[in-house]
Design a protein around this ligand. Structure first.
Ligand code: DON
Length: 326
């Protein structure tokens, strides 16, 4: 899959350059609040770009597996939208950035909904909706959907799952608060279990880049050609990733990188350039907000070097609109 032509493609050169440029950055901390995550090698560093046409450019530890964590959230949100429709989902979860940390214990004033599906409260509510619909088959169905999005069979890391399940008291508190306000049904424990398992799905950088490329390609995996998400869900998923995907860094991210993205506490970041590419990084040292330090740097540079920001003068915008205006 990787480009191996004797003359290196400019994108392959670029990912290698960026890897070299940022490999020496060693601030930030590996997450330890889920004890098993603390075993990650802080030096691991991978970058992968997958285009909407299915070409792959990768470097470093792009094969190293790690748990998807919060990067699962936009994908389960898309699944819930397809099962329940936007109206029903929006009765349970809002679409406003909270401006607060991913694990904050707060609900929207007046509605008692979680602010959005990217913070833990919103993602747990989405998992509860999926559990309500699919029951005990929910995990299997989720794994099948995530695998189709990545183009490879994905599995749960049992050690990370049980580590989070044993120590996830804050998420349990959030789930019971949601139950108190009628935002989730009474089967809180199996819903939480589903949430912990979805966060523990193992991916590598290449999987994430292809998952991003699937969103960039209107929901169709560009490597396998499988239709995975419908186009309306993709639009909603990307909108939420743009406004809320990097938590209380989302404003700065939109300003500096300008494309939808999602981070996870195991150290992954995925970003999506509509109709063009998915890009992913893996480096487990995190900043105070739970975002990968090197991951942010690489995405900022990629956006600058390739003019990816939605409002960059290099970005010509919607080719569909251009065709009907011309
Ligand atoms: O719920 C948790 O705390 C984790 N399973 C996921 C958090 C996460 O990845 C936040 N992202 N930066």
């Amino acid at each position: 899959m990787t480009e191996t032509n004797s003359e290196k493609h400019r994108l392959q050169e670029l990912v290698e350059e960026l890897h070299q440029r940022h490999a020496s950055r060693n601030d930030g901390e590996v997450a330890t609040y889920i004890p098993e995550l603390g075993k990650a090698n802080p030096e691991d560093f991978g970058i992968c770009v997958a285009t909407s046409g299915g070409r792959i450019f990768e470097t470093g530890n792009s094969d190293r597996t790690f748990t998807i964590q919060s990067i699962s959230k936009p994908f389960t949100y898309g699944m819930a939208l397809e099962v329940y429709g936007q109206n029903k989902v929006s009765q349970h979860v809002g679409v406003e950035p909270s401006g607060d940390a991913f694990n904050s214990i707060e609900l929207e004033n007046g509605t008692n909904r979680p602010f959005n599906p990217m913070v833990n409260a919103g993602a747990i509510t989405i998992s509860a909706l999926l559990y309500e619909h699919y029951g005990d088959e929910a995990l299997e169905i989720m794994l099948a959907r995530f695998s189709a999005t990545a183009g490879r069979t994905l599995v749960v890391d049992e050690a990370v799952y049980s580590s989070e399940s044993r120590t996830g008291h804050r998420n349990r508190a959030i789930a019971h608060l949601l139950l108190n306000f009628g935002m989730v049904h009474e089967k809180v424990e199996p819903a939480l279990d589903l949430y912990f398992k979805q966060c523990s799905i193992l991916v590598n950088c290449r999987d994430l880049a292809i998952m991003g490329a699937t969103l960039s390609n209107l929901g169709k995996n560009p490597v396998t050609d499988e239709e995975v998400y419908d186009i309306d869900s993709v639009k909603s998923m990307l909108s939420i990733m743009l406004t809320c995907g990097m938590y209380d860094y989302s404003g700065q991210w939109a300003y500096r990188v300008g494309v939808p993205a999602k981070s996870g506490v195991a150290g992954g970041v995925v970003a999506v350039v509509n109709r063009q590419m998915g890009m992913a990084t893996y480096s487990p040292r995190l900043d105070k907000r739970g975002n990968s330090c090197r991951g942010i740097d690489v995405c900022v540079d990629l956006a600058d070097e390739l003019g990816l920001h939605a409002f960059d003068c290099m970005n010509i915008g919607s080719s569909y609109l251009k065709a009907i205006l011309d």
